[in-house]
Design a protein around this ligand. Sequence first.
Ligand code: ADP
Ligand code: MG
Length: 238
Amino acid sequence: MATVELRNIKKRFGKTEVIHGVSTEIDDGEFIVIVGPSGCGKSTLLRMVAGLESVSDGEIRIDGSRVNEREPMERDIAMVFQNYALYPHMTVRQNMGYGLKIAGTPKRQIAAKVDEAAALLQLSDYLDRRPKALSGGQRQRVAMGRAIVREPKVFLFDEPLSNLDAKLRVQMRLEIKELQERIGVTSLYVTHDQVEAMTMADRMIVMNAGRAEQIGKPLDVYERPATLFAAQFIGSPS
Ligand code: ADP
Ligand code: MG
């Protein structure tokens, strides 16, 4: 478990600044949703926390330590993407254990961790299947399992449900939220979907054009929007 601090984070691509100074402090075990329209900088912000994108200005701290210069593998972070590319030729067990295998974890330890995660994700009966023999929801759970087995301090999600149909999306929201509460890991979750943000967030960061327009609990943002954008974006159904 860990706290995450963003201190006046900026990002430039060439001469164009796309993140203009975002600051927030995320508590241990908190589920934060970054919500905003396409192109507002959600993925870029998340990728900077993950170390997949350099920080142009400002500081990122995990558990109080500056991580700007740390490689992604040294940040104790796991990321679940929208395109959760599982290896098609590997079984569920192999997919979930792969990260540990390349990190040199002993075989028996990998097996124990995969079994534990599979039980948590209701995948125990599917460990010998290949991804093509799974439903969309099960594949999504395998992607989560791959992240969980590494026991990260922080979970990052970038629109993990956007490839799923509407019904499954609603179900997976609950599953992810329940899982996060059970393992209590600090999470940053990106979505452009207001309903997803409202239903999942402990607190949400409403982003627009590279700025955090408002940071707060869903109901507070809904009832007391700080800006016209926040009012219109959170108020209007997706
Ligand atoms: P979101 O995830 O909210 O849709 P992004 O973080 O992907 O938004 O993008 C924010 C802005 O940064 C956009 O204007 C996008 O075009 C720009 N951008 C993202 N990645 C790059 C890149 N590698 N090079 C140049 N511009 C980029
Ligand atoms: Mg994005």
